[in-house]
Design a protein around this ligand. Structure first.
Ligand code: HEM
Length: 124
């Protein structure tokens, strides 16, 4: 599966993608740094990214639960001051981070898998 393969590729090349994703997010959207002020050791960031990757991988494989997970997190995050419209921003940043980190090894199938799953996530 191309999306899962892209995650493995980046893990092999770069190890933990957490700092790459959030550095890019905060470069593009500096105001989002304020949302994570309580996450001192970055554990919540890492945990959240793992959940996002698991959700998107399973969504790409056709599972039904990821749409419900996104709906649930939409409500949970609204309560901590994260509006739903920035979910798409975060997903795009994850996509761009993985594509850059993979470099020449990124394949057209991986690109298609990511654009397809992000369109599905946006339609939830
Ligand atoms: C499907 C999408 C998402 C999922 C599954 C998800 C999941 C999670 C989870 C599980 C946590 C708790 C982590 C922990 O305490 O260990 C969390 C916290 C958080 N998430 Fe998300 N999240 C999503 C989208 C987003 C987006 C788009 C943003 C905005 C950039 C965001 C911002 C935050 C913030 C600010 C926290 C609190 C961090 C802290 O404890 O200080 N999340 N998320």
């Amino acid at each position: 599966m191309a999306l899962a393969a892209s995650l493995e590729l980046v893990a092999d090349r770069c190890g933990d993608p957490t700092p790459l994703v959030y550095d890019r997010l905060f470069r593009q959207q500096p105001e989002m740094r304020d949302l994570f002020v309580n996450d001192h050791g970055s554990a919540a960031r890492g945990h959240m990214l793992q959940m996002v990757l698991e959700t998107l991988t399973n969504m790409a494989e056709g599972a039904a639960w990821p749409a419900n997970m996104i709906r649930a997190e939409r409500i949970n995050h609204d309560q901590i001051g994260v509006p739903f419209d920035i979910f798409a921003t975060f997903f795009s940043v994850v996509h761009e981070t993985f594509r850059d980190a993979a470099g020449d090894a990124w394949t057209p199938d991986m690109e298609t898998a990511w654009t397809t799953v992000l369109a599905t996530a946006a339609s939830v």
